[in-house]
Design a protein around this ligand. Structure first.
Ligand code: ZN
Ligand code: ZN
Length: 374
């Protein structure tokens, strides 16, 4: 079938993207689902910093690529062997497919699935296939999803079925921002009720971490960013204090607010400097979690004596250490209960044709989550 999709052919085009238009909206060929795959009609797809990092070249990926990895939609057709979904089912897309058989999967850590990571790096679906073509030329899948398109063929292992009454625009957010941000708090850090937290970088993932810390019962949540608008939004979402990350004494301010350092720091900005500061903002015995993705090759200088003698913990967090089949339903339950108001992350609803301008806004920091509706 022919579908309209946003295709990236080359990275690192000059901004503004409204003029250079790195993403072309083209009619491309989508093959039917193969064994273990599913045809999904995309209903909503969110714009994430990880898409931007492919566009600007920070995350090298094979080109051309159909972008988009945070989405929700309806099942339209099933490939051979898919027996646990039906046409019409509502699904959230998960940007790391998990095979269920490799060692990390067997250990209950599907975010680290080895064949899933290999497929994502190669720009294929989990089974190794590519189902997208433009005039005979293969187009790569983005993180097994490629959701800036009217339809997508994905592995069954890239989907989590959800209830039909959740609006698609909200459902889409659970696939990346919520899994990554809330998961970093409740899974990676396993934040204890009554403890203190600092969140650095208030994009969709960072603000979701603020919501997660609040839902998990943090007594103090300090939000850090360079944008006063985002600091104000963080306050509305439950931050108990805010600090401008550009202040010379930002670290000292956070340490003072948290009486000597936070129990947990979450670095969501994707910068080494932010991670260094996050580490300094924790107390003795504190835990620093990073879900930010700086360019490849970025390295962190760590004071090893401090790490040892102060029993500090430094943890990476990918997809919030989530088990999507377990965590998407439970995060949705918290949302329905009013304890995780992720709809507050929504800045705008867009058409696919507006995508380049929308990435300018994401780059400028003037939008949190913008979602394309189909
Ligand atoms: Zn994302
Ligand atoms: Zn696996």
């Amino acid at each position: 079938m022919q579908v309209k999709a946003a295709i990236l052919r080359k990275t690192n085009t000059p901004r503004p993207y409204a003029i250079s238009k790195p993403l072309a909206i083209d009619e491309i060929d989508l093959d039917p689902p193969g064994a273990g795959e599913v045809l999904v009609r995309i209903r909503a797809a969110g714009l994430c910093h990880s898409d931007l990092s492919v566009i600007n070249g920070d995350r090298p990926r094979p080109m051309p690529m159909a972008l988009g990895h945070e989405a929700a939609g309806t099942v339209e057709a099933l490939g051979e062997g898919v027996v646990d979904l039906e046409p019409g089912d509502h699904v959230v897309m998960v940007f790391m497919p998990s095979c269920g058989h490799c060692l990390p999967c067997a250990e209950g850590r599907p975010a680290l699935c080895e064949p899933g990571a290999a497929a994502n790096g190669a720009g294929t679906l989990l089974g190794g296939a590519r189902r997208l073509n433009y005039r005979g030329e293969a187009v790569h899948h983005h993180l097994g999803v490629s959701a800036f398109a009217e339809h997508a063929v994905v592995s069954r292992h890239s989907l989590v079925k959800i209830d039909r009454d959740l609006p698609f625009v909200e459902a889409a957010l659970f696939g990346c921002a919520v899994l990554t941000g809330v998961g970093a708090v409740v899974n990676t850090a396993a934040l204890k009720a009554g403890s203190t937290a600092v969140v650095i970088g208030l994009g969709g993932v960072g603000l979701a971490a603020v919501l997660g810390a609040r839902a998990a019962g943090a007594s103090k949540i300090v939000a850090v960013d360079l944008s006063s608008e985002k600091l104000a939004l963080a306050r509305e979402l439950g931050a108990t204090a805010v600090v401008n990350g550009g202040d010379e004494d930002a670290v000292e301010q956070v340490r003072a607010i948290t009486s000597g350092g936070a129990d947990y720091a979450f670095e969501m900005a994707g910068s080494v400097r932010a991670l260094e500061n996050a580490f300094k903002m924790t107390r003795r015995g504190g835990t620093t979690v990073t879900a930010g993705l700086p360019p490849p090759g970025a390295a962190l200088p760590v004071n090893v004596v401090q790490l040892v003698a102060e029993e500090r913990t430094l943890k990476g967090s990918y997809i919030g250490t989530c088990v999507p089949l377990r965590d998407i339903p439970r995060f949705i339950a918290l949302y329905r209960d009013g304890r995780l108001p992720v709809n507050r992350l929504l800045s705008a609803r867009l058409k696919l044709e507006d995508i380049n301008e929308a990435f300018d806004r994401l780059h400028d920091g003037s939008a949190v989550r913008q979602v394309i509706e189909f």
